[in-house]
Design a protein around this ligand. Structure first.
Ligand code: NAD
Ligand code: UD1
Length: 339
């Protein structure tokens, strides 16, 4: 296959699963990561799963010189850009830091790609750009209404990519708006590994299941949803990884960009998640109803037609698969030991 694929932020949760999907499809892949939210031992685990060494370069996407060295050393056909900070709460406390890392990182990376003549990039965007949408399932044409600096950094990044594509048809961008990634690799060797108490539902439920946290707090039971709790479109991280493979293959074969939602199109409530996780771990997980979390959306669900027609993307895995693989990951004693 001509040219390697660079995964910026490839040691993280979604990047590490995408690494495996790309290698399985025959791509030669390089990980570039500063490990601000991942552990270097991820690369050893990827090597163990694949039975082959992993090429990983430690560095920051805001470091032009490091990127120039990387592009000089490797013939890179395309980049998948995962490298970003993703905590909504932290972004409210440190908007400038989020702009520097997420927007500054993208601009620095694009400039290095431009110098190297590499013009294909898949970008990790988020359903968070929709804020509180008028329509669910939400189409890609819905208004941008992100409600926090993290979400707005994703909108700004998308706008940078749109500007560049409009100015020079040589660029091709795959903008992927993920809904709620969940689950882990079946090996139990890689998965989501939050540094602190998790903000997101699935890793929080996992901590309760292994007994590290006493009970799940369900934020709101008075939403206009079938059981009153928040509804989300949870997508298995392995399905999501396959979405990146299809996006890359489309960019490289057509030279045309695309902007698509990646979700299942099916909404699941907080209570659905608790039930599915309870079944996966074989115990009824304790929960308590609490007040709504400020800024929360009642329902988030992807319209999936465009990803299907443009990329041929359809999800294969269920909520039960997400919970079972997460349970296997958290109980496998294979946790990455953070320094
Ligand atoms: P993650 O934190 O596990 O992975 C991100 C990786 O990027 C980490 O390994 C981190 O060390 C690295 N990184 C961050 N800043 C960097 C920098 N300046 N230079 C080099 N490396 C850097 O997060 P994830 O869940 O795998 O998310 C990947 C991408 O998907 C992010 O852009 C995130 O905003 C986006 N996204 C995630 C979710 C989600 O729920 N996980 C949802 C929608 C969008
Ligand atoms: C959150 C972020 C969003 C980000 C996404 C993925 C907010 C307001 N939104 O979205 O910007 O893109 O994560 O990283 O932070 N819930 C509980 N108890 C918990 C945790 C969550 O009941 O302990 C509920 C929430 O109210 C929601 C659902 O579970 O209804 C999912 O929450 P979460 O996993 O945090 O994802 P999002 O709210 O979709």
């Amino acid at each position: 296959m001509a040219g390697k694929i660079l995964l910026a932020g490839g040691a993280g949760y979604i990047g590490s699963h995408t690494y495996l999907a790309l290698v399985a499809a025959g791509f030669e892949v390089i990980i570039f990561d500063n490990f601000v939210n991942s552990h270097p031992s991820v690369t050893e685990r990827l090597a163990e799963i694949n039975g082959a060494p992993v090429t990983c370069v430690t560095g920051d996407v805001r470091d032009s010189a490091a990127l120039d060295r990387l592009f000089a050393q490797h013939d890179i056909a395309a980049v998948v850009h995962f490298a970003a900070l993703k905590s909504v709460a932290d972004s409210v406390k440190d908007p400038l830091g989020y702009l520097d890392n997420n927007l500054g990182g993208l601009v620095t990376l694009l400039a290095a790609m431009d110098r190297a003549g590499c013009r294909n990039l898949v970008f990790s965007s988020s359903a968070t750009v929709y804020g509180i949408p008028d329509e669910t399932p939400t189409p890609e044409t819905a208004e941008h209404r992100a409600m926090n600096p993290y979400g707005r950094s994703k909108i700004m990044c998308e706008e940078v990519l749109e500007e560049l594509a409009a100015a020079d048809a040589g660029w091709a961008f795959g903008i992927l708006r993920y809904f709620n990634p969940a689950g882990a690799h079946p090996s139990g060797l890689i998965g989501e590994d939050p540094k602190d108490v998790p903000n997101n539902l699935m890793p929080f439920v996992a901590k309760v299941a292994i007994g590290e946290i006493a009970q799940i707090k369900v934020f709101g039971n008075d939403y206009p949803t079938p059981d009153g709790t928040g509804v989300r479109d949870y997508i298995h991280v392995e399905d999501l990884a396959r979405g990146h493979l299809l996006s890359l293959q489309s960019l490289l074969s057509t030279g045309q960009g695309h902007l698509v939602n990646l979700g299942t199109g099916k909404g699941q409530s907080v209570l659905d998640v608790i039930d599915a996780y309870s079944a996966a771990c074989g115990q009824d997980l304790p929960f308590v109803f609490e007040a709504r979390r400020p800024g929360d959306v009642p329902i988030y669900c992807a319209q999936t037609d465009l990803a299907k027609s443009v990329l041929g993307f359809e999800t294969e895995k269920s909520l039960a698969d997400m919970c079972e693989s997460s349970w296997h990951w958290v109980t496998s004693q294979a946790h990455l030991t953070r320094p």
